[in-house]
Design a binder for this molecule. Sequence first.
Ligand SMILES: [Zn+2]
Length: 244
Amino acid sequence: MSFLKELLSNHFNNYIRILKSVFTPVVCYGCNTNKISGQNNYLCTSCLMQLPFTDHFERNYINSVHEKFYGRFNIEFGAALIYFSPKSIVGSLIHHYKYRNKKYLGTYFAEMICEKIDTCDFLPQFDLITSIPIHKKKFESRGFNQSTIIAEYISEHINCPVNCSLLIKIFETTSQTRKNRKQRLMNIMDSIAIDEKNIETIKGKHILLVDDTLTTGATIESCGRVLLKNGAKSISIMCISQAV
Ligand SMILES: [Zn+2]
């Protein structure tokens, strides 16, 4: 009897799932208009074709990520997957990822980054991968660190150790508007600390720092400086997108 009940219940659940997919079709995360189909597909063909990929993994030159940190601190390798602007396909995708609880988009981005990594013939050897920390409260409300998901995926793909608890965001730095660049950096610098128990882990290491979107670069700079100050040998940067 219970078997029959379970069978009927499973059938019922499947019907509900089918009905839901008919009446609530999946809409493209890029344009929020066109319908999409297929598993693990979040963009319509039109949006997919328009993704503004960088050439950072294809050409070995002083790219816009290097330029961002020029005269601030040295980076060994720097690359972003795509260019970002707020009202764009990429802007919408990142918004869904970070603010609409679409955690699985992390894997989507990470897969694309790893495809680029596979074609990159000047990728240096990293000793350790870590991600930009977010404040505990933000982690609790979002449920995940958007950069950690990417860092862990890359780590597995290139078979490099990962430790995403090297750095800690001590306090939130939201109201930065009244501060100049130096004050903003000082404020962010103060908000990033190294977890004391990891100091030995980073000594003499070439560390790959992973972030979601590179804008002013102040947070990455702060993290990089903290790692270097505490004995890391060199820093490289990889992010999903770079603001244009
Ligand atoms: Zn679309």
